[in-house]
Design a protein. Structure first.
Lengths: 230, 230
């Protein structure tokens, strides 16, 4: 296994230790989150965890969880989640995040906002001194509005690329929307930028997660580091 | 024709006078906007207006425009609109609006934000001293998130009703989302409330249109009144 994959797995398995029997959990999307899913399944099958039900943040995660036999539920049945475990593309020193490389940012943000606690799991390559330094900000937009929205995002300082599938067709989110990957570079005022984006109808959600999580588990060459906001 | 319908028609036809040949126009949704569509079609057929193309704000408006022979376009082809004409459910003294009784609030707000100018047309019964005094605020929400979102909106002071069709099934917007009609009563701080709503993932759009329009044409017993923000 590649070293980075080993670190992702290490972070994911550390986070699973925070799950207790009887919890409603939220499952993130992406390669790191999938390591958590495998570990949770293992603990359920071995009766280390019992009566855990999970809300998946994407159709891909739903398939993965079903494949490993994790009991699923919905926000209709459980509008409050005890603990969500998810990855991130970039983490700043204030534990603000950029997410959405997997295209599931909208449902991931919904789960995190519906959760009492969220633990983000990353390998150390995801740490960043300032959001935007290493990742574009994915923005989910309504296809009806994508053209004026692309111009608007450029006017905010984020020239953007319409995300495509390998076959050249537009990537579609689970909601049937487009993703514009916006290259803002290092973002001076993420709260202000987020505000400007959310004022614009047709921007369904953006990939900046500001002030939403209090725990990040980072796996690096020197082991596990649990970052916390007090 | 009922008196209120006559007033709607009067306001709509006054607004159409602001359209010039060659313009890209945005077409609102609802009974008042449909009077404008009829008048625009009449002027096109009689060569009073020429080379006008329209972006419809809903599938219903698209059907209506096609039925009357108005040439249609999209925001992909014309990301900037010269003039949008639309109705409203409530208008306050600062020309802030509540819209969305017809369920088209998202695309209507997209069109207005993409427009150089918007003229709102109402009969005088829509004037209100404070937003929320006479209308609920329609909120378009992702079905995946509707339950926690309904609880969240209640916590903001807006107990809400899940909008249904006459047959009892949930009303679906053109995007396949649900509408929660939120009864805030008269809203003290609409800008603050809008901010809180937009911070929440799963709220695709809300029906408060704050600071977005500069012209409202009101038809009343004493004729036409053109309200303007300088």
């Amino acid at each position: 296994m590649e070293e980075k994959e080993r670190l992702k797995q290490l972070a994911a398995e550390s986070a699973v230790d925070f799950i207790r029997s009887g919890m409603v959990i939220g499952l993130g999307t992406g390669s790191t989150a999938f390591f958590a899913i495998k570990k949770i399944a293992h603990q359920l099958h071995n009766n280390i965890l019992k009566n855990v039900v999970a809300v998946p943040s994407s159709l891909a995660t739903e398939r993965e969880a079903l494949r490993f036999g994790i009991p699923l539920t919905t926000l209709d049945e459980h509008p409050a989640i005890d603990l969500t475990i998810d990855g991130a593309d970039e983490v700043d020193p204030g534990l603000n995040l950029i997410k959405g490389r997997g295209g599931a940012l909208l449902r991931e943000k919904i789960l995190i906002q519906a959760s009492r606690r969220t633990i983000i799991i990353v390998d150390e390559s995801k740490l960043s001194s300032r959001l935007g330094a290493s990742s574009p900000v994915p923005v989910e937009v309504l296809p009806f509005a994508w053209k004026p929205t692309a111009l608007f995002l450029t006017s905010l300082g984020g020239p953007n690329i319409h995300r495509l599938m390998p076959d050249g067709r537009p990537f579609l989110t689970d909601q049937g929307n487009f993703i514009l990957d916006c290259n803002f570079g290092p973002i001076e005022e993420p709260v202000h930028l987020a505000l400007k984006m959310k004022e614009r109808a047709g921007i369904v959600e953006h990939g900046m997660f500001l002030g939403l999580v209090s725990d990040v588990i980072v796996a690096g060459q020197n082991g596990i580091n649990h970052l916390k906001i007090k």
